[in-house]
Write a protein that binds this ligand. Structure first.
Ligand code: DNO
Length: 347
């Protein structure tokens, strides 16, 4: 495994120097964040990221994410231009040495939680999703204060209403068609540039606010991988996104897709699955529902050699910052993943 860590660029309170001191660290995971979805990233911005990262003694091999413009997901006539821009971003990232690009195909809303600072019994705070709170929210109606952490803050309320409305008539099958159209155009480019594309599962892995979501379970991942049956068309195995539904056997999926050589990136995080949703927990298996050892072992036994990063951490030791993306708990997660891997390797 190649240990990696997400960094949000110069504005991130967590510095590259902090990240470099985590044992075993190999690559930074980042993106050009100041360009709207659908546009081409300037070569200068990419080169500057690479320079900063390499100066800190790290590598820049993973991009998370190049966002997919809504017109592509909606299958609008304007999609071809956005797809061409997407391909150009793949080429530019590859030129800078990037090997893996994470993205998702969730309509409008990226990862969704209802609380960003839920207090756990030990006093740490975490991200949580409670179904009754989701049901109490109507993104089309609520005013002002409704911004959840994964959402694209660049939408105004009116724009959000409009784009959600455009999805009202969309079925899952139509979304599959639009995904197919996109993949058939980007994967040949990725292949030529020697970059692995790694789709991220929908988080949570079920429909929210009536919008279709399709990258949600084993059956659908099988279908996804067959659309373009090439190594470059792979996945980000996100244990928390899949594992928040009791229906997904994450260790089984890790084994299966690693054996196929189709997992290029792993997000490792533990969740406690509850009757009415889930809470993110510390990485340690006994802190949540997932068997982190079994997942790591499944990856190891099936020859996984891609990138892996500790996913969301809790806020501990008084740290404040971007929910899920503080330093301390993610660093504890990294140390735990190192420990699991070493033990499995030496067994
Ligand atoms: C949340 C992340 C996601 C992920 C995107 C990939 O913390 O895992 O926002 O980056 O879904 O496109």
């Amino acid at each position: 495994m190649k240990l990696s860590f997400r960094w949000y660029g110069k504005e991130d309170k967590v510095t590259l120097e902090n990240i470099r001191q985590i044992p075993g660290m190999c690559s930074i995971v980042t993106a050009v964040y100041d360009v709207p979805s659908g546009e081409v990233w300037s070569k200068e911005s990419i080169a500057e990221l690479k320079r900063q990262i390499e100066t800190a003694g790290l590598r820049f091999e993973v991009v998370e994410s190049i966002p997919v413009h809504e017109d592509i997901k909606l299958g609008k006539a304007s999609r071809d231009g956005f797809i061409e821009n997407y391909c150009e971003n793949i080429r530019r990232a590859a030129e800078a040495g990037v090997k893996c690009i994470c993205y998702n195909f969730m309509p409008v809303f990226d990862w969704t939680r209802t609380e960003t600072a839920h207090v756990l019994p030990d006093g740490s705070t975490t991200l949580a999703y409670y179904q009754e709170q989701v049901e109490a929210v109507d993104p089309m109606q609520s005013e002002g204060d409704l911004t959840l952490p994964g959402w694209d803050a660049s939408y105004s309320r009116e724009e959000l209403k409009q784009v959600v409305a455009e999805y009202q008539a969309m079925t899952e099958e139509k979304l599959w068609e639009n995904l197919e159209y996109f993949l058939k155009r980007i994967i040949p480019v990725a292949k030529k540039c020697n970059v692995n594309m790694a789709i991220h599962e929908d988080d949570p892995c079920w429909s929210i606010f009536g919008l279709p979501r399709i990258i949600t379970n084993e059956e659908n991942l099988d279908r996804f991988l067959k659309i373009v049956d090439e190594t470059n068309n792979g996945i980000t195995l996100c244990t928390g996104s899949l594992g928040c539904s009791g229906h997904n056997d994450v260790a089984k999926m890790a084994a299966k897709y690693a054996a196929m050589g189709r997992i290029h990136f792993v997000h490792m995080r533990n969740v406690a699955v509850l009757e009415n949703g889930f809470e993110e927990r510390a990485h340690l298996s006994s802190c949540g529902t997932l068997d982190m050892y079994a997942i790591m072992k499944a990856l190891y036994d099936n020859g996984f050699d891609g990138y892996i990063r500790p996913d969301h951490g809790r806020m501990i030791w008084g740290e404040t910052g971007r929910p899920g993306y503080g330093l301390y708990d993610r660093a504890l997660g990294a140390a735990y993943l190192n420990g699991l891997w070493e033990a499995i390797e030496k067994q």
